[in-house]
Design a protein around this ligand. Sequence first.
Ligand SMILES: Nc1ncnc2c1ncn2[C@@H]1O[C@H](COP(=O)(O)OP(=O)(O)O)[C@@H](O)[C@H]1O
Ligand SMILES: [Mg+2]
Length: 279
Amino acid sequence: MNDNMLRIENLTVRVDNHQILKDFSLNINKGEVHVLLGPNGAGKTTLIKAILGFKKYVVESGKICFKGEDITNLSISERVSKGIGVLFQRPPEINGVKLSKLLTVCNQKRSAFTKETTENACDSDLDEYMNNLAQRLKFSEDYLERDVNIGISGGEIKRSEILQMMVMQPDLLLFDEPDSGVDVENVEIIASVMRELLDRDKVPSKQEKSGLIITHLGYILKFLGHITRAHIVMNGKILCSGNPKQIINAVMKNGFEKCKECISCIDPTEKFEEVDFTL
Ligand SMILES: Nc1ncnc2c1ncn2[C@@H]1O[C@H](COP(=O)(O)OP(=O)(O)O)[C@@H](O)[C@H]1O
Ligand SMILES: [Mg+2]
């Protein structure tokens, strides 16, 4: 059985004639959660957008494989249908589209709802299902009837993105700074749903989802249980990979500048035990 969820091989990505990712490689197996750290402008968001297949992010060389299939040339829509979900760092505001409508489309793309209900389920069942999810995320029902991301706070935008993920139930979840601009209470709400979406409460043999989390703060990781590996990205490349606790502690203490000195001190192929941040 192939346990590989995401394999990025020697990816070089150009945006508007600037090479942003250079020979970038990353491997995430089924059930693994990886963390990506790095200074502003390192190329972290570029990586997420390249995985999703945004046209502006041109792959010059290398490839992206998802569940063993080369998806480098597929459209965003095809990639999402195959099970890739994303929480954007800066999601777009969408005038004239209600969140409830967007969620219905998400549900058609890849349905958590139909997995949980009978074939005879009707629209009102779907409404109830979405209302229940919204309540879990502390949204009032009228919130679903507002235009997507218009006139709402940073914390609400991130919760709205998480709501879309709950409806889609992706197999690979990409989180681009789920905690930035979010207060402590909202971080905890977001993290508890991330934990569930990532199967972190299941026994390891039943953990089927994989995740890639970009964060500047270790705080959100405390709620997520086992984290497999952390990677430091600088200048469009992974500089080092390893034990998440060691790496995060080192970054908190020394900042990213010191990482440059660590280039050869951690072997990126070395196997580390998973680290439970909740301990
Ligand atoms: N759409 C774009 N057009 C032009 N430059 C871009 C675009 N997206 C990213 N970049 C540039 O690519 C570099 C990496 O950006 P980004 O991936 O957003 O970094 P990070 O998420 O690590 O902070 C930055 O120098 C940024 O200015
Ligand atoms: Mg970014």
